[in-house]
Design a binder for this molecule. Structure first.
Ligand code: ZN
Length: 571
């Protein structure tokens, strides 16, 4: 008996000792991991970590803390910068540093001719030459645009491909942009190749000719050059984040959480894209990523149960069309690694705040889908031709959606002047899904599933007009022009305080403070003189923003904030 008790006592001690040893081991190994992650951060300004799924209680809290990437087997892969890692450690989750077991060397093209077989990645200089050469080789249908500059002052370029590239014609605007996550580089080469293919086939291939005649196509192959060229010798070492270690696809204004939900300033890349969207008013766009094979449609910030898009059926139909256009030569597993259909509502996959897709879709009244084009983020160069062949049909069919829907002009009933009007589909539109006509010409384009709709056209100081039984046929462009009658001036001065926009002091001398409500969706302003000429414009950086009006002459001005115009006096 005593012996047994002694044994039992000894066993307990052994177990206790084992337990302490194991626990110390875990603690020791986690300390080790933290060291490893910190070393990686000092080398690359970002680190990839793996978190066991079993550890994660609240995936959306985790998604707010770090840049969640994708599930990998029993783990989630996430990216952290120093600040995110510090916050992540407070969650006390077991994790490990993720490193590629077989780092690859990607073949680079160091001159233009090496790109001709499309099985290499271009150096930054070769990329720059390719973009310039597109514009000089096809001056009648192609123009090179500078969207802006990266934090390290690399160019962010876009091609405009259109039958009239140097003017803004009344045709839908379509935008492809790729690789805002610098290490997701498959789309980068796909976009260069798409531009090349479109330009080479104008007047030869009927589909291409129709696209270029009927749509203003913009292509930005590389949205985050500093991340992609972190290591200019081998793109396999590219970083997801930009030069300031910021995730650009979390850096846009958030629908529920305001201007800077990620806790970072707007990066130069973000500001450049916001300004480009302001001046171009794209109708349909896609944002190419990698790491998975799936189409991800709005919203990223909400699950489909909590807030689906009014045009969810349009998004689903467009995604299905894309999937149906994938080459039959693609492997059966292609575009099946996230969902069986090949597409998903963003938030149903996992919730992301501050994405470009939601910014474009909600704040710019547009339609943007995130295309995850290859499970392998940095596709080996031998696969680049295959992926082009698999995806070419889908990429083209998505641009062709711009040839379907409703378009027309909104004009003044007396003067025929163009009107910036809101085009609202009754019993359908919600949560910023409506579209607006262009102030310069009154032209509008509204992608929508076929059906019979009642549509209300409204504008500041005009009587709204509803057109009933508008029949939008499938697979074609339908036209509906509208004239609106002006409300007599003495009735037009309706003060509208429901948006609680304030400017003060008024009259003002040097600074004019603009004060907006929480969750405002106004990110820019324009100041006009009383002749209606725009004198200055700029960004609204926060809900309280001071605008320097030192350089304005004394007089009366109008400031345009969103849809609201407010009169002020400069002393
Ligand atoms: Zn991405």
């Amino acid at each position: 008996m005593y012996f047994c008790r002694l044994l039992s006592f000894t066993m307990k001690k052994i177990f206790l000792l084992l337990f302490i040893l194991t626990f110390q081991n875990i603690a020791f190994s986690q300390n080790n991991v933290i060291e490893q992650v910190r070393t990686e951060l000092s080398k690359r300004r970002e680190a990839k970590i793996l978190i066991p799924k079993s550890e994660i209680k609240d995936i959306n809290l985790l998604s707010k803390t770090i840049s969640l990437d994708y599930p990998k087997g029993e783990f989630w892969l996430g990216y952290v910068n120093e600040k995110q890692y510090k916050n992540f450690l407070t969650l006390n989750l077991k994790h490990s540093l993720f490193t590629e077991s077989f780092p690859k060397a990607l073949t680079m093209a160091t001159n233009l001719s090496q790109m001709s077989s499309w099985d290499r990645y271009p150096t930054y200089l070769v990329y720059d030459s390719m973009m310039r050469r597109f514009a000089t080789s096809y001056p009648n249908i192609c123009k090179l645009d500078t969207i802006g500059f990266s934090e390290d002052n690399r160019l962010i370029l876009a091609l405009k491909i259109s039958s009239n590239p140097y003017s803004d014609i009344d045709k839908p605007k379509f935008f492809y942009t790729s690789t805002m996550h610098g290490d997701e580089i498959t789309g980068y080469v796909l976009m260069l190749r798409l531009a090349d293919w479109l330009l080479n086939n104008y007047g030869i291939n009927q589909r291409v000719t129709n696209i270029i005649n009927n749509t203003q196509v913009y292509i930005n192959p590389l949205a985050n050059p500093d991340g992609t060229y972190f290591d200019s010798i081998n793109l396999a070492n590219a970083t997801r984040y930009n030069a300031n270690a910021v995730d650009l696809n979390r850096n846009f204004p958030s629908i529920p959480n305001g201007f800077h939900a990620d806790g970072e300033n707007w990066q130069k890349e973000t500001l450049a894209f916001m300004a480009y969207a302001d001046s171009n008013e794209f109708s349909i766009s896609a944002n190419l990523h990698g790491g998975a094979e799936v189409l991800n449609y709005p919203f990223d910030t909400y699950t489909s149960n909590s807030q689906s898009h009014a045009d969810a059926n349009w998004f689903v139909a467009v995604c299905q069309q894309f999937i149906d256009s994938i080459s039959p030569l693609a492997p059966l597993t292609f575009f099946r690694d996230v969902t069986h259909s090949g597409y998903t509502n963003g938030g149903d996959w996992y919730v992301v705040d501050g994405s470009r897709q939601d910014y474009q879709t909600y704040f710019k009244y547009s339609r943007e889908i995130t295309f995850e084009v290859s499970s392998d983020k940095s596709l080996s160069t031998t696969q680049l031709n295959n992926y082009w062949n698999y995806l070419k049909g889908g990429l083209i069919s998505y641009i062709e959606t711009c040839q379907k829907g409703l378009q027309g002009y909104v004009r003044d009933s007396l003067t025929n002047e163009p009107i910036r009007a809101k085009i609202f589909i009754n019993s359908h539109d919600a949560f910023n899904s409506e579209v607006y006509s262009k102030a310069s010409t009154g032209y509008y384009y509204r992608p929508i599933q076929s059906g019979i709709y009642s549509i209300t056209y409204s504008a500041d100081r005009y009587y709204p007009k509803t057109i009933y039984n508008v029949n939008i046929a499938s697979n074609s462009m339908n036209n509906q022009d509208v004239i609106l009658a002006k409300i007599p001036d003495n009735l037009g001065e309706i003060e509208d305080n429901k948006f609680l926009i304030n400017i003060y002091p008024n009259p003002a001398k040097d600074l004019l403070r603009v004060s907006l409500p929480e969750n405002s969706n106004i990110f820019s302003y324009s100041i006009f003189n009383m002749l209606g000429i725009e004198i200055m414009k700029g960004r609204i950086n926060d809900i309280n923003t001071d605008i320097s009006i030192k350089d304005l002459n004394k007089g009366v001005y109008l400031i345009l904030l969103g849809e609201k115009t407010i009169k002020f006096i400069k002393e």
